[in-house]
Design a protein around this ligand. Structure first.
Ligand code: SAM
Length: 290
């Protein structure tokens, strides 16, 4: 797939048939679009990376408010249309799958936006979290159920390892719901508009970040089981009991009940045990499980 397209490959927008397989539900409600763009609080010096600009519903409203938009679109027909409509200095259109797009040429800080193709919401989220250092924030439309997972509280069914990762690295806000009628074709599922603001420092201080992230991931593999049992392959029962007590976590706690801060304290207690020479053979498995 080439990153740029020639003018000769042009197609007429009237002939455009949306592809369901690419999550092509285009925003058509101008008031809703204006509300979403306002919520992003752009300034003239901003560089924006847009995921899936489509026919430019957000792009053309954002464009006069910022310095530059880099728009990554996987559908050649749409990428080409956008290239034809705008001088390339202000709007740079990249014909590429966002999940394969190489961020190394970009100059931070950037704002990330997108009316996401919902079929790849999770990989996009993980990519953003991995690359968070080049972004100040991420504003996006997403399936309401997915959005609720990102802001869920401990002890609720929506609370998951993804909730913990997102809250560890960012401050998530569910800004508002979007009616299905705001899109064409209208999706069957409900949508919302979200903001993730990248934290200057993660929510909790941990001694070993990869260990902490893998501990969270492993814990949620059996979210309703007593956590001390889920972690039984890591250390002896006595060591785990000591770590739980020092982290002020009840011995009968389940993964779905722990806050990010509690996971952080527990990870720190366990890494202290490991660095004190009590490392169990099975923590290698823990890292591989992730
Ligand atoms: N931003 C436009 C709007 O709001 O009307 C289009 C949004 S539509 C929900 C999702 C867009 O993402 C489509 O244009 C689709 O072709 C594009 N897309 C789908 N998968 C993609 C991917 N892997 N990388 C980049 N763009 C993708």
């Amino acid at each position: 797939m080439s990153d740029t397209l020639s003018f000769s490959q042009s197609i007429k927008s009237s002939a455009f048939v949306p592809r369901k397989s690419l999550g092509q539900n285009f925003l058509v409600d101008q008031r809703m679009i204006a509300r979403m763009v306002r919520a992003c609080e752009f300034s003239r010096s901003d560089t924006v990376l847009e995921i899936g600009p489509g026919q430019g519903a957000l792009t053309f409203i954002i464009l006069p408010q910022v310095q530059q938009i880099i728009a990554v679109e996987t559908d050649a027909r749409l990428a080409e249309q956008l290239i034809l409509t705008q001088p390339p200095d202000k709007l740079k259109v990249i014909h590429k799958d966002f999940l394969k797009y190489d961020f190394s040429d970009l100059t931070p800080p950037l704002k990330l936006v997108g009316n996401l193709p919902y079929y790849i919401s999770t990989p996009i989220m993980l990519r953003f979290l991995e690359q968070r250092k080049i972004f100040t924030d991420f504003h996006f439309t997403v399936q309401l159920e997915f959005g609720k997972r990102l802001v869920a509280s401990p002890g609720t069914k929506d609370y998951s390892s993804l909730t913990c990762f997102v809250n560890y690295f960012t401050e998530p806000t569910l800004l508002f719901h979007i009616p299905n009628s705001a899109f064409r074709p209208a999706p069957k599922i409900k949508s919302c508009f979200m903001r993730l603001k990248v934290r200057p420092q993660p929510l909790v201080r941990v001694n070993d970040e990869p260990f902490f992230l893998n501990l969270v991931r492993l814990s949620f593999l059996q979210r309703r089981k007593m956590l001390i049992n889920t972690l039984s392959s890591l250390n002896t029962r006595t060591q785990l009991t000591t770590a739980f007590e020092k982290a002020s976590i009840p011995l009968n706690a389940r993964a779905e009940e722990l806050t990010v801060e509690q996971f952080g304290s527990l990870a720190n207690q366990l890494t202290k045990l490991h660095s004190a020479g009590n490392k169990s053979e099975s923590d290698t498995c823990l890292l591989m499980d992730g």
